[in-house]
Design a binder for this molecule. Structure first.
Ligand SMILES: [Fe+2]
Length: 305
């Protein structure tokens, strides 16, 4: 398979005033960062250095703290980051073959241009685009059915200047642990296009945000790093190898101590989001793009010189 990075930004001309992805002014951004820093419970898990910060940390549910403790020593090694950059890089010349991650971005871009694509890597199960890695060895025993949905543990790769729609994690309990680069997270009160914004935070490696049914379940994620030319928005594809990466865990209600028996399905197989064009709510089957055991092998086979 030979795909080339043909395009960059189609996107709309530079809009006046508030821009993608958050549609806020500089002053609103400043206010939302302050609001994020003062949120109760705290949006980010960390050691308190003041009494009021202690109170904000105290209100984080124990199930979340357990997930965060287990993730706190996770790191991407320098060679993994470097190999990911190689696989994200755009073609140097038109017609050059691009790496696995850029190929997946281009496939996703061709399917959906309502927002710039990012990559979900399943830490268990199969990915939708695993078959793009056949040259690196066998894929899955017993043939290759398409990707699974609802992986409880996912590595997300966010190319610079790409972002998600506003989406809800429903009734799951989970963490968003930053592994590389930089990620902005805007938290909303409800799943609606015009929902009230509860706060904006920037995660750097080692920092952990969280969500539960009752707190911070609705958000939008954006990688604010250097994406090259063009303006982020619908139809945008970046032209650099810069990226942020985050490690996500989602527990279904029956997997936490807070168990709700009301007969509905609130699990991680489907998350709802706000479609960027219609601004209406739609369901998103949480398909994985790639499986970690395949990506790890591809990264290990990548020459770094
Ligand atoms: Fe999310």
């Amino acid at each position: 398979m030979s795909l080339t990075a043909a395009h960059t930004p189609a996107g709309p001309p530079e809009p006046r005033g508030p821009k993608y992805p958050f549609h806020i002014t500089k002053e609103e951004e400043r206010q939302l960062r302050l609001k994020g820093a003062e949120a109760l419970p705290s949006l980010v898990i960390g050691q308190a250095t003041s009494f009021d910060e202690y109170a904000r940390q105290l209100m984080i549910p124990p199930a979340v703290m357990d997930l965060a403790r287990k993730a706190e020593d996770l790191r991407l090694s320098a060679w993994e980051v470097e190999a990911m950059r190689k696989h994200l890089a755009p073609a140097a010349e038109p017609g050059d073959k691009v790496g696995l991650l850029r190929q997946i971005l281009l496939e996703k871009y061709n399917r959906d241009q309502t927002h710039p694509p990012y990559i979900r890597v399943a830490c268990s199960g199969r990915g939708e685009y695993d078959d793009l890695a056949t040259e690196h060895g066998p894929l899955h025993p017993g043939g290759h059915p398409k990707g699974d949905i609802g992986s409880p543990v996912v590595l997300e790769i966010w190319p610079a200047q790409h972002y998600s729609p506003i989406h809800s994690h429903g009734h799951t309990t989970g963490i968003v642990f930053c592994l590389a680069g930089q990620l902005d997270v805007m938290v909303y009160e409800h799943l609606e296009w015009d929902a009230r914004k509860l706060g904006l935070l920037t995660l750097t490696p080692g920092q952990c945000a969280w969500l539960s049914k009752d707190n911070y379940a609705v958000h939008r994620v954006y990688c604010p790093m250097d994406g090259g030319d063009g303006t982020t928005g619908p139809g945008y594809m970046n032209s650099t190898a810069e990226f942020g990466a985050s490690f996500h865990v989602y527990l279904n209600p029956e997997q936490t101590a807070v168990h709700d028996h009301d007969g509905d399905s609130y699990n991680r197989d489907i998350f709802n989001y706000i479609d960027e064009k219609s601004k209406k709510q739609r369901p998103f089957a949480t398909e994985s793009d790639l499986s970690w055991h395949i990506l790890r092998r591809v990264l290990a086979n990548t020459p770094l010189t």
